[in-house]
Design a protein around this ligand. Sequence first.
Ligand SMILES: *Cc1c(COP(=O)(O)O)cnc(C)c1O
Length: 369
Amino acid sequence: MEIRKNILPRKTLDTIQPYSPGKPIWEVQKELGLDRVIKLASNENPLGPSPKAVEAIKKSLSELNRYPDADATALKTAIAEQYGVTTSQIIPTNGADELITLVSEAFLEQGDEIIVPSPSFSEYDFGAHIMGAKVVPVPFAENFEFDVDAILAAVTNKTKIIYICTPNNPTGTIMAKADIEKVLNSVNDILVVIDGAYSHFADVPEYTEGVEFAKAGYPVIVLQTFSKIYGIAGLRVGFGIAPEEIIQSVLKVKEPFNVNALAQTAATAAITDTEHVKASREANKAGRELFYKTFKELGLKYTESEANFVLVEVGPNGEEIYKALMAQGVIVRYGKTWGLPEFIRVSVGTPEENEFFIEVLNGLLAKQA
Ligand SMILES: *Cc1c(COP(=O)(O)O)cnc(C)c1O
């Protein structure tokens, strides 16, 4: 046992909090003995995976003895076509989560700083912490709007990365194109990561997922994922689009076979599945509207969302409401993880799931009144 004392993990690991995922359906069913459990906690596509992706995978199963294409050539070609970039400006990854880690490994030295408009996606912090870099959170302004001046004021000579998650998880708010431009034109030698995991759900005209800035040569890396609108979260595929020099640096820290063969095949098919994308967008929009209407009727404050979830203020007994929803089979995300103990974040589900959530919430709030 003496030896164990000398096997010390790196000091920076002390700064890492474990990721808290949405509870899986089976776990809640088992723990609470419920038949009907719905999960509106992880912003997954309620319509299911892209049917084109499923078909493509079925056809490729007999090839699983082969290693995947280390360059993901077919997938990169499909992405390049979709976004009007070259394949050298693209890096496919094992989910966008992996890309965040790779970007951190490629660019962050110990003591560097990253700026994160907060609350936001926790993986940015994780990437910084594994490298011994420091997270500089910048609070949102009123109604969770991005505070561009505060972001710029937080820049120091140690700032290496600015993260802009737009639409932002968990608030659903966006940074307008003009504001992104302002940030880019105000800083030098800082990598700006624009996380567009929810870009397909945004429909206001001032929105951009940022690829135009990468194309124009700004030090920008745009993150995208197949986990949300394309509905293949279980396969783990994401990608980045950036000027070639940035991609080259990130490629240095990538493992050769980071995106598995089924994921490559499925994503290559999913990106052309315009029908599934359109149906998902429309169903999501209708679901968001239904949530707004319900929250208004219940007198709850909410933030209008450009994503596939809505952040709603349920009040001082937020934790009780979160737990009571769970007890009746509705899994949502409790806001405490983001320092918002009076809020819950609810993902848009199928029409039936949305109705079930509303019915349960109505019942709970009526009991309180
Ligand atoms: C879900 C999500 C991602 C990426 O998800 P992967 O499944 O790892 O591709 C990235 N950013 C944000 C903000 C997300 O919510």
